[in-house]
Design a protein around this ligand. Structure first.
Ligand code: 5GP
Length: 180
């Protein structure tokens, strides 16, 4: 596989991603049976995961988005997280599920949990498609994990390579740059 002149190794295929979304959606539906769920997705990386996940959720679910970014170089979190756009809806008394693309150091999720807790949700849970536990700098509770992956920079299925490659239907690892 190739994207923007870079060779990619497929880490997770479209079929594997779909199958895991189905399993997670079914698990979440069982856990929230009889309740209303409010899914909060973090832009931009989780847009594709959210869209696929909610198709497999069969409890009443509302959806909102927020934008976060961390200062620093492209491939390493600086630890300073900033909200670039806030939620449109209040979360007080709601069963909130944070939907993330990937947890790496944990700093982004920690910032988000601390921020959302102050808004008094009825419950607050976390779901991430990918988890890189070997790179964790702060402990964060993760309730639903799609896949544990090694400490490699991954792209596709929402995850970017300098804003490109988010559209790829699979998750890949850059194996060779165009410069060799
Ligand atoms: P953390 O704060 O947990 O270190 O990082 C979370 C954010 O860093 C993710 O939401 C994502 O935007 C970015 N990130 C971490 N690892 C990767 C990766 O392997 N690929 C891409 N494209 N982004 C990543």
């Amino acid at each position: 596989m190739e994207s923007r002149g870079k060779k990619l190794d497929v880490l997770l295929s479209a079929e594997q991603l779909d199958q895991r979304c189905r399993q997670l959606g079914e698990e979440i539906s069982r856990d929230y049976a009889g309740e209303e769920l409010h899914a909060v997705a973090v832009l931009k990386g989780s847009f594709m995961f959210l869209a696929d996940l909610v198709r497999y959720i069969d409890v009443d679910v509302s959806i909102d988005f927020l934008g976060l970014s961390s200062y620093g170089s492209r491939k390493a979190t600086s630890g300073v997280v900033r909200m670039t756009s806030d939620l449109a809806l209040p979360i007080k008394e709601r069963h909130v599920l944070i939907v993330e693309d990937i947890i790496d150091t944990g700093l982004t999720m920690k910032y988000l949990l601390d921020n959302l807790k102050t808004r008094m949700p009825r419950s607050l849970a976390t779901c991430t498609l990918l988890d890189k536990p070997s790179n964790r700098r702060v402990d964060v509770p993760v309730d639903y994990v799609g896949f544990e992956i090694p400490d490699k920079f991954v792209i596709g299925y929402g995850l970017d390579d300098a804003e490109f490659s988010r559209h790829l239907p699979y998750i890949g690892v850059v194996s060779q740059d165009k410069d060799g």
